[in-house]
Design a protein around this ligand. Structure first.
Ligand SMILES: Nc1nc2c(c(=O)[nH]1)N[C@H]1C(S)=C(S)[C@@H](COP(=O)(O)OP(=O)(O)OC[C@H]3O[C@@H](n4cnc5c(=O)[nH]c(N)nc54)[C@H](O)[C@@H]3O)O[C@H]1N2
Ligand SMILES: Nc1nc2c(c(=O)[nH]1)N[C@H]1C(S)=C(S)[C@@H](COP(=O)(O)OP(=O)(O)OC[C@H]3O[C@@H](n4cnc5c(=O)[nH]c(N)nc54)[C@H](O)[C@@H]3O)O[C@H]1N2
Ligand SMILES: [Mo]
Length: 801
């Protein structure tokens, strides 16, 4: 990645220094990244500190992109920092007391000694492969690669979300099709003149495809940029079963049936090719497999897709023409695509749309990172990041490798569903030691059927966690917990889009210290030196040193310079396929096997997948499982993002809880009337895999027959002890999502297309749900396992393995 000095100079002229005095406070300008959880937009903050304590946080108007705008989660940062439920000291608990609130504060030395004793024993008796490091979303540490491989020395880093249904699929597919990290829309984030920069062109059209950045700012895309661009004339299309806030301002809302995106994308390709609306020059010079693609998409004419997607065929024609004739146009690929077993094909078709319309790596289109960038475009970088000096037989022992080599090879992580199978069955080998690094997986976040994960993790010999808060997962399963610092308590950097798209790099400038919490990179060093010293002995002692040596290749400025400037924008160069900047050999073209955009994927073919996009029904829908649909008539989407919470975080913070006090399920008014459900009623949501309860939000933004249920819920104010675990089972929507329904590449899961039935919850039901795990009248805890966690019923569920 190259960086723009002009931009830096400009900031110096207009910006405040990185630290100054005001109103009796020391003000530090800094950028944020997790914790608290957030994807790396690196929003700018001004943090006011007096007598060593944060008194106020404001948006930093000097930040070249966020320009003072900030979401509520950052505005509530002070409440996050000093909340009594935060973990700021190491804690230990006897294994026999798992699930009991019997934590004891201990020293760092003692905590590390306990971890090391267990590590050494398990390594000696079963080998490092019997260990797993679990990671959640988008944290700076990336436990998957760094933690598992460098700290534990195991090949099994695992993101436990069924089918790795977030971002990973996108990156792997794009790596194969385009040879780059995934292409984000170009919102001028790397340009010093922002939207008015002479190098930039305002997109005529943006398609938010299963994405709603205004709430989510996902994977480094600053949500407000969409609004900024609309103010400058960009038209918006939402492809979304729900009409969202931005949808109400869009020129078109394509309210497709969830999980049918591949059919829609293929039909759009068909129209664009059939009506000769594609970019001939780009296709001729830079694409591979166009004729095969054209032939394939002929099998999905708009009329057929219209039936599958339950939208008018006319709308598909209109959308295809609008997209192909708007220059430039950009598609924002949302997590809804990844959260579908057919998502790999939908993604492949979306990349084909971006490519054949000539929108790849052009101003206002989809921007790509250059090979010298921070995403490690060079093969040796990829190898060394993923597998530091790990023996070949260990690499091959990674769980799920034989069945899903595209997944395990691309992500260097064990396949999530097979990882649960291994925990449950001991096959291909038993798991004896886990590090729950950055995920609250038994809350309805990073797993399908979390009760199965919970039961399996409880049996593991030793589990330790690293987090900023106590969670149901830690309370239920762990033996040691190490405290992590938040964004305001550390020095580090934030590269937007995890370094995947050239925008800017921000500095996290330390403002305060809380207890004995440490930044994630420091934690790796502490653990690494104890457990796997040969990998860590010669490594840098602090972040500045690490940055100035290890990261210099990616960033041509030293840490002190970045700290002072707070944000440095990258130099954006377009059409890099013409100048050789996308390939390590410096030749023009793309960094793929054929040197072109692979509309036909040789790699997919090699691993037994169809090389061309195709459509298949999700595992439980009225079409694929009509019998099941008779009893469970609603199609459930889950997890559409809320502004106040990041997944399972934030329920403790009063200001955020006030915004959304209860778990909500959206129901269309016609359905609500039919089922006698009123706004605010508790609703029983049920299917063969489980039962849970959320409160009704009655809204016409979704069609009858569909519901959208919130994820992430637990109740930190409730009883901590197992099996109640802060009421984590009551509104645990993921108990209803079946395990192991991924596509052929190992990706995708039905988080947005599962069949359920709904009813107004009975008082007795709710009373039972509220008391799961608490003592009944006879003094024994109520388990209700049969009622709340159904056992897979193979008769109802033909797809069950
Ligand atoms: N039903 C349903 N379920 C979903 C989704 C959905 O749409 N529907 N979305 C899925 C998606 S896309 C994702 S990515 C997953 C996310 O799943 P998770 O990542 O597991 O979710 P979180 O609750 O954000 O985070 C877990 C823990 O990380 C801690 N944490 C925060 N910041 C840091 C940090 O910097 N370092 C460390 N070590 N810990 C930190 C938090 O305190 C929290 O306890 O959820 C998935 N779950
Ligand atoms: N405030 C907040 N921000 C977050 C997070 C958070 O928990 N809270 N989580 C972060 C994470 S890990 C992620 S991955 C991102 C995700 O962020 P986004 O990619 O923006 O995804 P969502 O908001 O989950 O979903 C976007 C829309 O997809 C629609 N949708 C549902 N099913 C389908 C479908 O089958 N097809 C189509 N086309 N659309 C569908 C939903 O109605 C929803 O409005 O957000 C990140 N940012
Ligand atoms: Mo995610």
């Amino acid at each position: 990645m190259e960086f723009n000095d002009a931009a830096v100079e400009m900031r110096d002229d207009v910006g405040k220094p990185w630290r100054y005095e005001e109103d009796g406070c020391t003000v530090t300008r800094t950028c944020v990244w997790s914790a608290p959880g957030c994807h790396p937009v690196g929003c700018g903050l001004k943090v006011y500190v007096k007598d060593g304590e944060v008194v106020k946080v404001e948006g930093d108007e000097n930040h070249p992109v966020t320009k003072g705008r900030l979401c509520v989660r950052c505005l509530a940062m002070k409440d996050f920092l000093y909340h009594p439920d935060r973990i700021i000291y190491p804690m230990k608990r006897d294994r026999a007391n798992r699930g009991k609130d019997k934590w004891e504060r201990c020293s760092w030395d003692e905590a590390i000694a306990i971890i090391k004793k267990n590590y050494d024993e398990v390594k000696e008796n079963y080998g490092v492969e019997s260990m797993v490091a679990f990671m959640g979303t988008g944290r700076q540490g990336n436990i998957g690669a760094t933690g598992a491989h460098r700290v534990l020395g195991t090949p099994n880093g695992c993101y436990p979300l069924s089918g790795f249904s977030c971002y990973g699929p996108r990156v792997c597919i794009t790596m194969d099709v385009i040879g780059s990290s995934y292409p984000e829309i170009d919102y001028a984030g790397g340009l010093p003149g922002s939207y008015d920069d002479p190098a930039y062109t305002i997109p005529q059209l943006i398609i938010q495809w299963g994405k709603e950045p205004i709430y989510s700012s996902p994977d480094g895309l600053f949500g407000h940029a969409i609004i900024d661009l609309m103010r400058r004339g960009t038209k918006l299309v939402n492809i979304n079963p729900r009409i969202t806030w931005t949808g109400s301002r869009a020129v078109m809302n394509v309210q497709l049936r969830p999980g049918t995106d591949a059919a829609l994308a293929m039909a759009m390709l068909d129209v664009i090719i059939e009506e000769d609306l594609y970019d001939h020059e780009f296709v001729d010079l830079w694409c591979f497999g166009f004729d095969d693609l054209a032939k394939r998409v002929k099998t999905m004419p708009p009329e057929k897709a219209a039936e599958i997607c339950e939208i008018p065929a006319e709308q598909i024609y209109k959308l295809a023409r609008l997209y192909a004739t708007s220059k430039p146009a950009a598609i924002a690929w949302g997590v809804s695509i990844d959260q579908s077993p057919n998502g790999s094909q939908a993604g492949q078709a979306i990349l084909a749309l971006m490519s054949i319309t000539g929108n790849i790596d052009v101003p206002g289109g989809q921007v790509l990172v250059s090979v010298s960038g921070g995403d490690g475009g060079k093969q040796e970088d990829i190898d060394s990041v993923g597998w530091p000096e790990m023996k070949q037989e260990l690499k091959e022992a990674i769980i799920g490798h034989e069945e899903y080599p595209f997944y395990t090879g691309g992500l260097k992580m064990s396949q999530a569903d097979r990882q649960l199978d291994a925990l449950e069955t001991g096959k291909p080998y038993p798991i004896h030691f886990t590090w729950i690094g950055e995920t609250n997986l038994i809350a309805p976040t990073c797993s399908a059927q979390p009760k199965r994960w919970y039961d399996a993790l409880r049996k593991v010999d030793f589990n330790f966690a690293t987090d900023t808060w106590m969670t149901p997962t830690i309370q239920g399963c762990c033996d040691v917990v190490l405290p992590l610092a938040s964004s305001l308590e550390m020095e580090t950097i934030v590269p937007t889009h995890y370094g995947g798209s050239p925008n800017y790099v921000g500095a996290l400038n330390k403002c305060v210290k809380c207890g004995e919490a440490v930044p994630e990179w420091e934690l790796y060093r502490i653990l690494g030196l104890a457990l796997n010293p040969e990998m860590w002995e010669n490594r840098e002692k602090d972040f500045k040193e690490f940055y100035d040596t290890a990261m210099m290749r990616a960033y041509p400025f030293d840490y002190d310079e970045l700290q002072k400037k707070v944000v440095i924008q990258s130099e954006v160069e377009y059409r890099k396929y013409e100048t050789g900047k996308l390939r390590p050999d410096g030749k023009p073209g793309f960094n793929t096997a054929t040197g072109r955009v692979q509309l036909y994927s040789p790699m997919f073919e090699m691993v037994g997948e169809d090389p061309l996009p195709y459509y298949f029904e999700a595992p439980t829908t009225p079409v694929s499982t009509p019998e099941l649909a008779k009893e469970y008539p609603f199609t459930m989407m889950t997890g559409a993002r809320e502004i106040g919470y990041f997944h399972s975080e934030g329920r403790q913070i009063e200001k955020l809880r006030d915004l959304c006090p209860d778990p909500l399920v959206e129901i269309n008014p016609a359905d609500a009337e039919k089922y006698g459900i009123k706004a605010g009623d508790w609703v029983r949501i049920e299917n063969p895999w489980g039962v849970c309860f959320e409160k009704a939000k009655i809204t016409p933004i979704l069609k009858p027959g569909y519901i959208q249920a919130q994820h992430g819920w637990w109740f930190p104010e409730e009883d901590a002890e197992a099996p109640h675990l802060y009421g984590v089972w009551k509104s645990n929507i993921n108990t209803l999502i079946p395990h192991s329904r991924q596509g052929k590449l190992g990706f995708g899961a039905p988080f947005r297309t599962t069949l359920v039935k709904i009813s107004k919850a009975q008082e007795s039901d709710l009373a039972e749900a509220d008391r799961i795990g608490l003592e009944g009248e006879d003094g024994k805890p109520i388990e209700h396992a049969d009622n709340f966690f159904r056992i897979d019923n193979p008769e109802l569920d033909p797809a069950a393995r």
